[in-house]
Write a protein that binds this ligand. Structure first.
Ligand SMILES: O=P(O)(O)OC[C@@]1(O)O[C@H](CO)[C@@H](O)[C@@H]1O
Length: 309
């Protein structure tokens, strides 16, 4: 089994507009709402590839049935820790041009009792798993060291996809894999990442902190992966980018499956990049079709990135 900690669950609203102009009144051309949060997308991606997966996250009474039904239908065992306050809403505004603007609510503040339940549930499941994933922002009220402490205390290989201080602390704790995007890697390095060379340098520096596998996702430039002195670049062309929100989560889901199956570095990375691209082919946020992944997998161009510093 694989366990995903996607503690700060959300309802994701995808709002479609002709064009966004700051300070103006807008009328929508479409609105869709989906259960969301980075960890939830990672878990549904893992399930879509056929691996048993559990997701641990917050839930409120109003949305419990929606989440359980939605996740159950996708093959994810949901361990929702119930809170009194509503879970957060995250908005993605998609303009006709395809440009996307995200507005993310911080979410409810939780107390020590809920934190205890959340972490105990995650630890128990993760300890019995082949791989554990910690993904997304932490709920307010939880220490920024939480991911780091979990990484240190678990006997399972851990993958962390986070940002800011939770990422910084987690990197210092030495998880098996981290997957920052360009912005997150820039914040960690306090330096701009203006191309593949700089992304490779960032990945190498993270790896030197004691991380076996570092992947930096770079949007339409693909992704770079660094492991045991080898740097790979991978990308794949797709016909139309419909909704790229959640592509990083899909990449993490695919790589988690590759790791759980003990695939090679190259095959694991290829699967991750195929999943990330497949995610952009559907309108639903953080969702891909397995058949798209199967079509894209052989088309992903993976090459050794000539890099030495
Ligand atoms: O605040 P977090 O957890 O870091 O990110 C939340 C979020 O942007 O991540 C997903 C897309 O990757 C969406 O479900 C959600 O809106």
């Amino acid at each position: 089994m694989i366990t995903v900690g996607g503690f700060n669950t959300s309802m994701d609203e995808l709002i479609q507009l002709e064009e966004l102009s700051l300070g103006k009144v807008h009328r929508t051309t479409g609105v869709q709402a989906y259960p969301g949060g980075k960890g939830l997308h990672v878990a549904t991606g893992i399930a879509a590839l056929g691996e048993p997966v559990a997701l641990v996250g917050l839930i409120d009474r109003g949305y419990r049935t929606t989440f359980e039904d939605w996740l159950g239908a996708r093959g994810v065992a949901f361990h929702g820790i119930e809170i009194e306050q509503p879970i957060r809403t995250c908005f993605a505004i998609r303009e006709q041009s395809g440009r996307i603007t995200e507005i993310l609510e911080a979410g409810p503040e939780i107390d020590s009792r809920i934190e205890g339940e959340l972490l105990a549930t995650f630890r128990k499941l993760a300890d019995a798993s082949r791989v554990a994933v910690l993904s997304g922002s932490l709920p307010r009220g939880i220490s920024e060291q939480t991911y780091a402490k979990l990484v240190e205390s678990l006997g399972t290989r851990c993958i962390v996809d986070a940002s800011g201080d939770p990422l910084r602390h987690a990197i210092a704790a030495g998880p098996f894999m981290v997957k920052p995007n360009r912005d997150e890697a820039e914040r960690w390095l306090s330096m701009p990442i203006d191309g593949l060379e700089a992304a490779a340098a960032a990945a190498q520096r993270m790896a030197y902190e004691g991380i076996a596998l570092v992947v930096v996702s770079l949007g339409d430039q693909g992704a770079l992966a660094f492991s045991h002195g080898v740097c790979l670049h991978a990308s794949v062309e797709i016909d139309a980018c419909i909704n790229p929100v959640g592509s990083g989560d899909a990449l993490v889901g695919g790589m988690t499956v590759g790791l759980a199956r003990d695939w090679s570095f190259e095959a694991t990375f290829r699967l991750g990049v195929a999943c990330g691209a497949a995610n952009a082919l559907t309108g639903e946020t953080g969702f891909f079709r397995r058949e798209d992944v199967e079509k894209l997998f052989p088309l992903v161009k993976v090459r050794t990135f000539p890099f030495s510093r």
